[in-house]
Design a binder for this molecule. Structure first.
Ligand SMILES: C[S@@+](CC[C@H](N)C(=O)[O-])C[C@H]1O[C@@H](n2cnc3c(N)ncnc32)[C@H](O)[C@@H]1O
Length: 297
C-alpha cells in the first residue's frame, strides 16, 4: 500500500510523519467531528487527517503565529517565496553571520517569516528555546540551503495548507493542553502528542509526571474518543506510565527510528505506542510495513 503524506513547512523534533498511515487508519473522524490537537508541533498529523473542523494548539506561540498569519492572509506562499529568495541569497553571501543576524532579529521581533527561515536553516530543523524564551538553535552550516528547488518545495508545502484553509474550518490557538481539551464538544476527537517524559530540555517543550497525570485526567474527563502518541520501549527501558496510568487504553505499537544528529549510528530505534480509549481497528501484531510516499518532503 502506498499513500501520500503531506509534509508541513515548519519542522520539529519528534515529528510524526512516518506514523501518519497508522494514525490515519485508526482515528475516528467524520464530517461532523471537531478535531482537537493540543500539541500540534509541526501539525503534520492533523494536516494529513484533514478534518473539516479543527482546533490546532500549542504552547509555542511562534508556531501558532505562523499559521494564524497564513489563515489571516497576512502572509502567503507568494510572500514566502520572495522572502526566502532574498534571505537565502543573503545567507549564501554572508553564511553564518547572516544566520545569526536573523536569529537575533527573530528574538527581538518574532516575525513568522524569520521563524520559518531559521527553522529551515538551523541545525537539524530543531525548535528549541532557552529559559529566556530565546531561540537558541545553532546554524546548520548550509549556506546554499535555499536553492530554487528547496524554496519551491517549501512554497508547495505552504500552498497545501492554504488549500486546506480555503475549504476547512481550522482554528490555531496558543494555549496549554488543559484549556484546549476543555474546548472539546460532544463530537470531538482528541489527538495528543505531548513531549516524552525525561527527553526534553526546552522551555516550550518540558514535561513531567505531573503533566502526564493532568493530561490523563483531562482526557478521561472529556468523555470523547482520543488517541495519545507515546513511547512504549527501546532497547534499554520501557515506559512504565503505560501500565500505571494508561492501563484502561488499547495499545497499537510500531517501531520508529529517531535521527539525533546527522550520523547513521545516531539512529535510535524506539517502539512507539498509540493509546486509544476505543476498540482498535487493528492490533500491533497485524501491522505491516508501509510504503510511505512523502509529498513535498
Ligand atoms: C512532540 S511535539 C508534537 C509533534 C507533532 N505531533 C508533530 O508530529 O509534529 C510536542 C509539542 O507540544 C508542545 N507542548 C509542550 N508542552 C505543552 C503544553 N503544556 N501545552 C501545550 N503544548 C505543549 C511543544 O511546544 C511541542 O510543539
Amino acid at each position: 500500500m502506498s499513500e501520500k503524506i503531506y509534509v508541513p513547512p515548519i519542522k520539529i523534533q519528534g515529528i510524526k510523519t512516518k506514523l501518519i498511515p497508522l494514525i490515519r487508519r485508526n482515528v475516528v473522524v467524520d464530517e461532523e467531528t471537531l478535531w482537537i490537537e493540543p500539541f500540534m508541533g509541526s501539525g503534520v498529523v492533523g494536516f494529513n487527517v484533514k478534518p473539516k473542523k479543527a482546533i490546532f494548539a500549542d504552547k509555542n506561540p511562534y508556531i501558532i503565529d505562523f499559521y494564524e498569519q497564513l489563515k489571516d492572509k497576512k502572509i502567503n506562499s507568494y510572500i514566502i517565496r520572495t522572502f526566502l529568495e532574498e534571505n537565502g541569497r543573503l545567507l549564501s553571501e554572508k553564511d553564518d553571520e547572516y544566520y545569526y543576524e536573523v536569529r537575533e532579529r527573530f528574538n527581538s521581533k518574532h516575525e513568522p517569516l524569520d521563524f520559518l527561515f531559521l527553522n529551515r536553516s538551523c541545525f537539524n530543523g530543531m525548535i528549541r528555546f532557552n529559559k529566556d524564551h530565546k531561540f537558541n538553535v545553532p546554524y546548520g552550516h548550509k549556506p546554499q540551503r535555499f536553492s530554487k528547488a528547496y524554496i519551491t518545495k517549501i512554497v508547495n508545502q505552504v500552498k497545501y495548507i492554504e488549500e486546506c484553509l480555503s475549504v476547512c474550518d481550522w482554528e490555531f490557538i496558543c494555549d496549554s493542553f488543559e484549556k484546549t481539551i476543555g474546548k472539546a464538544t460532544e463530537k470531538s476527537f482528541i489527538y495528543c502528542d505531548p513531549p516524552y517524559i525525561g527527553r526534553n530540555v526546552d522551555y516550550y517543550d518540558s514535561w513531567n509526571e505531573c503533566d502526564e497525570n493532568k493530561l490523563c485526567e483531562a482526557l478521561k474527563g472529556s468523555k470523547n474518543k482520543f488517541m495519545l502518541s507515546t513511547w512504549d520501549h527501546n532497547d534499554y527501558r520501557a515506559n512504565l506510565y503505560i501500565n500505571e496510568l494508561w492501563g484502561f487504553c488499547h495499545k497499537i505499537t510500531k517501531e520508529h527510528f529517531y535521527h539525533v544528529g546527522a550520523k547513521e549510528e545516531n539512529r535510535n530505534a524506539v517502539i512507539e505506542a498509540l493509546l486509544i480509549n476505543y476498540e482498535p481497528f487493528e492490533n500491533s501484531s497485524c501491522i505491516s510495513s508501509e510504503n510511505v510516499q512523502l509529498k513535498f518532503a
